[in-house]
Design a protein around this ligand. Structure first.
Ligand code: NAP
Length: 287
């Protein structure tokens, strides 16, 4: 690892969100910058809703290299950006900004990251039948990439109308069969029997509610490939139960890592030092 220093040429990357205090991105990205000898630093900035426009203008005014955007600004911030990647436009949310000579370019790296981690875990994406639980930011980001691969999507959400809305938007872009079902035990069980992939995009099972799962164990089966977007805990109850039945199951840690790695590449032009970033995340999660 090269020596860490700051000087007049140090590039700044920031996180725009609220709250940001628990973010792992500053330590992950700053360590990654150091590891490749990139003269940069990453700082988390708490931005109030009423100050979002000024914060984005500040990126240009202060010649900040780029930013990540997190809750609650991922949607609202889009109106202040100069160029948005078409897929992020479809998703309706961004998580990464790059300042290219005072032109702000934004994209959403969550969906690509989820697909990359599922491919790595050998999920049979092409021509498969997949189930997505949830219709929020993560579900949207994943669905707009997943539908490039699968033949049939089963979608469910606690508030059904939000799933219907997502189905309508996906149907405008993809010629893939999409079926909405009710988020209850009977329908989950029968739907999962005819599916290859299960993707949890709800926060059910996330720390501190680690004894919860969005899917009762009896609805799971060994033929499923299960992806849980949650990365804290590293293994949710859903993942543990799916594995205990013999299913192929992974949590959201790699998704988090790869969304950061995609952003890193956009800011620095260099491949991210993945294993260093992973070590930092795991260390943070174990704190
Ligand atoms: P979000 O936009 O707030 O959406 C949450 C979704 O979960 C909504 O569809 C919501 O349904 C549903 N939901 C919330 N509480 C529920 C409950 N008790 N029972 C059933 N459904 C419930 O959040 P998000 O950004 O999509 O995040 C969802 C999860 O993904 C979080 O755990 C987050 O940490 C994780 N995530 C991980 C990564 C990663 O890199 N690994 C990236 C993004 C998100 P309603 O519409 O009915 O409220």
């Amino acid at each position: 690892m090269t020596e860490f220093y700051l000087d007049g040429k140090t590039k700044l990357v920031i996180l725009i969100g609220n709250p940001v205090e628990h973010s792992m991105s500053p330590s992950m990205h700053t360590a990654a910058f150091q590891a490749i000898g990139f003269n940069g630093i990453y700082i988390a900035c708490k931005v109030e809703k009423g100050m979002l426009k000024e914060a984005v203008e500040g990126l240009k005014a202060l010649n900040i290299l780029g930013a990540n955007v997190t809750i609650p600004h991922k949607v609202e911030i889009m109106k202040y950006i100069d160029e948005i990647d078409p897929k992020a436009q479809d998703i309706g949310a961004i998580n990464t900004i790059v300042n290219k000579n005072e032109i702000l370019y934004a994209t959403n790296t969550d969906g690509i990251a989820a697909i990359k981690s599922m491919k790595e875990a050998k999920f049979p994406l092409n021509g498969s039948t997949a189930v997505i639980l949830g219709a929020g930011g993560a579900a949207r980001a994943i669905a707009f990439y997943l539908l490039d691969y699968i033949d049939h999507l089963y979608l469910t959400n606690r508030h059904r109308e939000k799933a219907e809305h997502l189905k309508n938007e996906l149907s405008k872009k993809f010629d893939v069969k999409i079926t909405i079902f009710n988020f209850n035990k009977n329908e989950l069980k029968s739907t999962l029997k005819k599916s290859d992939i299960l993707i949890n995009c709800t926060p059910v099972g996330m720390y501190p509610n680690v004894d919860q799962s969005p899917v009762p164990k009896e609805c799971l089966n060994k033929n499923l490939n299960v992806f849980d977007a949650i990365y804290n805990p590293i293994e949710t109850k859903l993942i543990k139960e799916a594995k205990s039945l013999g299913a192929n199951a992974i949590g959201g840690l790699k998704m988090f890592l790869y969304q950061g790695a995609e952003a890193f590449k956009l800011w620095t032009g260099k491949d991210a030092p993945i294993s260093i970033m992973e070590k930092i995340i795991i260390k943070n999660l174990k704190k």
